[in-house]
Design a protein around this ligand. Structure first.
Ligand code: NAP
Length: 260
């Protein structure tokens, strides 16, 4: 585990680190000996987490307030990094509006695209050149099981997750040739505060943020994609190989209508 610093360098950057999975990633990385640069909007949570990680793991933890839905994320990232050159990126931030597509405003849809699509593109691209010149580095993109197929009531969000899956899989190959490990993580339900705010109930196969972060980081260097949890991997196989798409989307639509 502590070879992470050797494999990827001193600093990891977690985009969307203030709570839930992002905070769990930061803690896992600190536990693996890396310094962490934490980005999100809620400063109080970031400061509290950075203080705790420094005290518990003896690493350097810094934070910057950054809204990834603002224009020109690459320039904002450069300012946020200062003299830090991260060797590992976790792009975890996501906007997850729920409900019928027709009720989404143009502004919401554009913000989903900025945080969930342009953000991972911009931050990954911006951090690549120093990683390439060092011949080592890592990129973790957070996708979701909802990227497998059309997912009513989170239609736009799920589509952005499909984008991240495809992007991550291709980069696994392209960047792997340059010594940079890429993995895209596709969890099902994770018990984060955001999950309960959005969906309000536990479901079978639900994992903790700590488990998902650990399994995702463990998967770096092993393959393009990780689906954490055996139950969820079986679900993935059933959904992608056994069940026909049309009834599956309808069934999901009926279920989601009861929830959001
Ligand atoms: N929870 C699940 O069941 C589940 C399942 C599959 C995949 N995932 C994926 O896992 C990731 C994390 O999920 P989560 O449940 O932990 O969600 P979350 O709590 O909403 O976490 C998202 C993080 O991103 C940050 N963020 C959101 N908008 C931002 C913005 N405009 N600028 C900067 N930071 C922003 C949030 O911090 P601030 O609000 O402080 O900015 C927060 O730290 C997401 O990519 C999600 O798609 C989650």
């Amino acid at each position: 585990m502590s070879d992470f610093r050797e494999r990827y360098g001193e600093w990891a950057l977690v985009a969307g680190a203030s709570e839930g999975l992002g905070a769990a990633f930061a803690e896992q990385l600190a536990g693996r000996g890396m310094n962490v640069l934490l980005l999100a909007r809620r400063e109080e949570l970031l400061a509290e987490l950075a203080g705790r990680l420094t005290a518990e793991y003896g690493i350097d933890a810094r934070w910057r307030v950054l809204d990834l839905s603002d224009p020109d994320p690459a320039a904002r990232l450069e300012a946020a990094c200062g003299d830090i050159s991260p060797g590992l990126l976790v792009y975890n931030a996501a906007l997850i509006p729920t409900g019928p597509f027709v009720e989404m405003t143009q502004d919401t849809l554009e913000r989903i695209a900025r945080v969930n699509v342009l953000g991972p593109l911009a931050l990954t691209r911006a951090l690549l050149d120093p990683m390439r010149s060092r011949g080592r580095g890592a990129v973790v993109l957070m996708s979701s099981m909802s990227g497998i197929q059309g997912w009513p009531r989170i239609a736009a969000y799920a589509a952005t997750k499909a984008f991240n899956t495809t992007l991550g899989e291709a980069l696994w190959y392209e960047l792997g040739e340059e010594g940079i490990d890429v993995v895209v993580s596709c969890p099902a339900a994770v018990s984060t505060p955001a999950y309960f705010r959005n969906f309000g109930r536990r479901v079978p196969g639900m994992l903790t943020p700590e488990t998902v972060a650990r399994k995702t980081l463990d998967a770096l260097g092993k393959g393009p994609r990780v689906v954490p949890g055996l139950f969820n991997r079986i679900g993935w196989q059933v959904m992608t190989r056994l069940l026909p798409r049309k009834p599956l989307i309808r069934a999901m639509g009926r279920t989601m209508k009861k929830v959001v």
